[in-house]
Design a protein around this ligand. Structure first.
Ligand code: ATP
Ligand code: ZN
Length: 221
């Protein structure tokens, strides 16, 4: 891959994918969505698209395997709080899609009257850093239990008393006897970039793309 090509990381398939492909398409970059493909090339433009699992995107961008990426702010902020990279990525702009909330959810039978109710409790989450940061802001001491998935079953299995999870409709929580009680983090898709200086060609391509993204976003308002 040439040094001069702008490398963009997006989620291969999942809740960020349609929005990411649509945004690039609106910017005039048509990318083919092959099933097993890792790379997508943009015709007649010095741009390569890398199709990844969303969780890998912040690290790929921070480690300079990609120049820019599209990622959920929830995943990016969690990564920042756990920061261990020398050249971390930085947020460039919000992209106005994939809105969701990281919410604290408690058993329906709890009469929740504020975060102090969580004192000494165990909270299961896939976002331990964001959850701990929120608990600290609330002045609450609680134990955070890390779970990679199926967080909402933790209270039933007595692994935790409450959960902190991404919520859109609340149907999954409801089916597991839980109710959302507080918003911990509001998220949407964001554009991130590697902090190192781009080559002049790459910088020009990046600026042209940013301008198009801004144009697409204002035309939607
Ligand atoms: P991958 O296979 O790429 O690791 P994933 O299962 O971890 O995918 P998705 O469920 O596709 O991830 O969610 C990706 C991002 O989409 C989330 O991190 C979040 O920013 C956003 N998102 C928007 N709406 C929702 C929702 N209802 N539930 C979960 N995530 C959502
Ligand atoms: Zn993921």
């Amino acid at each position: 891959m040439s040094e001069q090509r702008l490398r963009i990381a997006i989620q291969k398939s999942g809740r960020l994918s349609d929005g990411s492909f649509d945004l690039l398409k609106s910017c005039g970059l048509s990318v083919s969505r092959g099933r097993d493909k890792l790379y997508g090339r943009v015709q007649e433009m010095p741009i390569d698209i890398l199709l990844l699992r969303d969780d890998d995107i912040p690290e790929f961008v921070a480690d300079d395997a990609c120049d820019i990426g599209i990622i959920g702010q929830n995943v990016f902020e969690e990564e920042i709080l756990n920061e261990s990279h020398e050249a971390p990525a930085e947020e460039v702009m919000k992209l106005g899609f994939a809105h969701c909330r990281l919410m604290l959810a408690a058993p329906k039978e709890w009469c929740f009257d504020g975060s102090l109710m969580l004192e000494g409790k165990r909270i299961a989450t896939s976002y331990p850093a964001l959850t701990r940061a929120w608990l600290a802001r609330q002045g609450v001491n609680a134990k955070v239990v890390m779970m990679k998935g199926s967080v909402e079953v933790a209270p039933r299995l007595k692994i935790a008393d409450a959960v902190c999870d991404i919520v859109s409709t609340g149907a999954t929580l409801d089916a597991n006897g839980l109710k959302p009680v507080a918003t911990v983090f509001e998220s949407e898709a964001v554009l991130i970039r590697n902090r190192q200086e781009f080559s002049p060609e790459k910088q020009a391509m990046f600026e042209a793309l940013l301008k198009r993204i801004k144009g697409v976003m204002t035309s939607k308002d």
